[in-house]
Design a protein around this ligand. Structure first.
Ligand code: ADP
Ligand code: MG
Length: 279
């Protein structure tokens, strides 16, 4: 690899909004066999909307109000979705985030739990299975199921085009998400993704990267969240979404400035062009 051609390649990439923070990433990208994407905020907008509501023993509106109150301080996209849909929320107390599961807080003297099916299982709550392709959000008030909500996130325009282009380059495409399996499967179907790791716990994304490496070879991982940082570090090449969290951006070998996933295609194509000139 001549230093000059790599400099030209990384310079051209920068003009296109793809920042190579580590010089050897352009070379390592040429060896990559599979590109793994985080889902929420990377392939989807990360701004889910409430699409289904059901109350148990109280109105759906009241269950939503208590849930959104409990989530008032949370930065999770689900918290924002509940907050936008609810009215009359109050400040929570004793808030305890339960990573990969949800959150617990006291609201108006009541014990409120908000989270996924795994949280219900952990707490021994007998909750119905959600039958849609949205993300289920269960709400428990003082130990009893009070609400079941569905939130849906839109796929980013351009995601399908980017994945088709990666396939055309001969690459496999995977998705790694903490979200429920039916949600992951639905997004994967729409985007023609080859391999899905769903319901991964926050510390499980690195294991998913290792599994993909064993299956396909060198792995590029694309992510935006705090919980994506370990996978960005574990991957052979980590690409951070520039509109994502500071932790992800600091960990990435490559930063996609505009937040557009097509930056992955640009990075990969440039890497191939540069390395082909060299060999
Ligand atoms: P991801 O960002 O890949 O969805 P997370 O670990 O943040 O992974 O969350 C995994 C799942 O846990 C979410 O899909 C959601 O069902 C649940 N969850 C996590 N945090 C919250 C929260 N604050 N409120 C509601 N549900 C949550
Ligand atoms: Mg994300």
């Amino acid at each position: 690899a001549t230093p000059t051609s790599i400099m030209v390649g990384t310079g051209r990439a920068a003009e296109l909004g793809v920042l190579f923070r580590k010089g050897d990433a352009l070379q390592r990208l040429d060896d990559v066999r599979v590109v793994a994407f985080d889902k929420t905020g990377t392939l989807t907008e990360g701004r889910p909307e409430l699409v289904r509501s059901e109350g148990f023993g109280m109105s759906a509106e009241e269950a939503l109000r208590l849930a959104a109150s409990a989530e008032a301080g949370s930065e999770h996209p689900i918290a924002r979705a509940l907050e936008r849909a609810a009215t009359g929320t109050t400040a929570p107390q004793d808030v305890e985030a339960i990573p990969g599961h949800g959150l617990r807080a006291r609201v108006e003297g009541r014990d409120v739990l908000v989270g996924n099916a795994r949280l219900m299982a952990c707490e021994g709550i007998d909750a119905p299975t959600y039958d849609g392709i949205e993300t289920p959000v269960y709400v428990v008030v003082d130990g009893a199921l009070a609400g079941l909500f569905g939130v849906a996130d839109r796929i980013k325009p351009g995601a399908r085009v980017a994945i088709d282009a990666l396939h055309a380059q001969g690459l496999k495409v995977a998705m790694i998400t903490g979200d429920a399996q039916p949600v992951a499967d639905s997004v994967a179907r729409d985007l023609a993704i080859d391999h899905v790791h769903a319901e991964t716990l926050p510390d499980g994304k690195t294991n998913a990267v290792k599994d993909l490496r064993a299956r396909y070879g060198a792995v590029a991982f694309v992510g935006d969240g705090i919980n994506d940082a370990p996978a960005l570090a574990e991957a052979d090449v980590g690409l951070a979404i520039g509109t994502g969290t500071d932790v992800a951006i600091e960990t990435g070998d490559v930063v996609l400035v505009s937040g557009d996933v097509n930056g992955v295609v640009t990075a990969s194509a440039l890497s191939r062009a540069v390395m082909r000139n060299i060999r």
